[in-house]
Design a protein around this ligand. Structure first.
Ligand code: PEP
Ligand code: MN
Length: 262
């Protein structure tokens, strides 16, 4: 609450990287870790373009039990190799409390996915963890509910929470979700926490990612979380919304121009 904490929180991701404050932080990488070549290659490419952290899922919350579920602990190992190769902090999703020791030991930022945003028992446990938490907004959660979920983590003693607007479910089906940019302004007004925007899951369409990213920056987001894949057509998860490293490089140039104006 800004009443008790008027200044913006600046969250340290490790490796000298921060989210919040005046500098825009772009986190990028594939939906899922698929191989060493893929994750290290994408990590190098997004770093060269200006990303400050690498994302990649090892444990995936898939709608169908028959869909690719992620590489699991091997995926975490490969993310560590990518960190080793580039120095980029790694951001990856934790799905259940029994993964906490592994994540505490191996990752830099723990992502709580939209589907776990109101897993209160998990949030309480993450309040005791000494790692930044990237908390996605739930599929159909109000801004108030999202902030109360962050409050669970803060109340447990972990002050390092980054909010992530990733689109909400509405009556619209053309896009995967509906990006709620007003939530960025609301959350930044109501809290001191940094807010990042994930245009990839919000739109579900790669061709929309660039414009929605620029709009998010114009709206005052502290950062972006963007899915980048070396071969989107053959991605094991979320290929339709993934941009290529070349597209990401172009996008970063435009993001810098918009960021300079806001
Ligand atoms: C993801 O980031 O790949 C993901 C599954 O996101 P969300 O929880 O927002 O659906
Ligand atoms: Mn994804």
């Amino acid at each position: 609450n800004r009443k008790f904490h008027p200044d913006d929180s600046v969250i340290d991701l490790g490796g000298g990287v921060t989210v919040g404050g005046s500098k825009l932080a772009v986190i990028a990488g594939p939906c899922s870790v698929e191989s060493e070549e893929q994750i290290v290659g994408v990590a190098r490419a997004v770093q060269a373009a200006g990303a400050v952290a690498l994302r990649g899922g090892a444990y995936k919350p898939r709608t169908s039990p028959y869909a690719f579920q992620g590489m699991g602990s091997r995926g975490i190992e490969l993310l560590r190799e990518a960190r080793e190769a580039t120095g980029l902090p790694i951001v990856t999703e934790l799905m259940s409390a029994d993964q906490i020791p592994l994540f505490e030991a191996c990752v830099d930022v723990i992502q709580v996915g939209a589907r776990n945003m109101q897993n209160f028992d998990l949030l309480k446990k993450l309040g005791k963890v000494n790692k930044p938490i990237l908390l996605k907004r739930g599929l159909s959660s109000t801004i108030e509910e999202w902030i109360m979920s962050a409050e669970y983590i803060l109340a447990g003693g972990n002050p390092n929470v980054i909010l992530c607007e990733r689109g909400i479910r509405t009556f619209e089906t053309y896009t995967r979700n509906t990006l709620d940019l007003s939530a960025v302004l609301a959350a930044k007004q109501m809290t001191h926490l940094p807010v990042v925007v994930d245009p990839s899951h919000a739109c579900g369409k790669a061709w929309m990612v660039e414009r929605m990213s620029l709009a998010a920056v114009a709206a005052g987001a502290d950062g972006l979380l963007i899915e980048v894949h070396n071969d989107p057509k053959n991605a094991l998860c979320d290929g339709a919304q993934s941009i290529t490293p070349d597209q990401f490089k172009d996008l970063m140039g435009k993001i810098r121009s918009v960021a300079a104006c806001v």
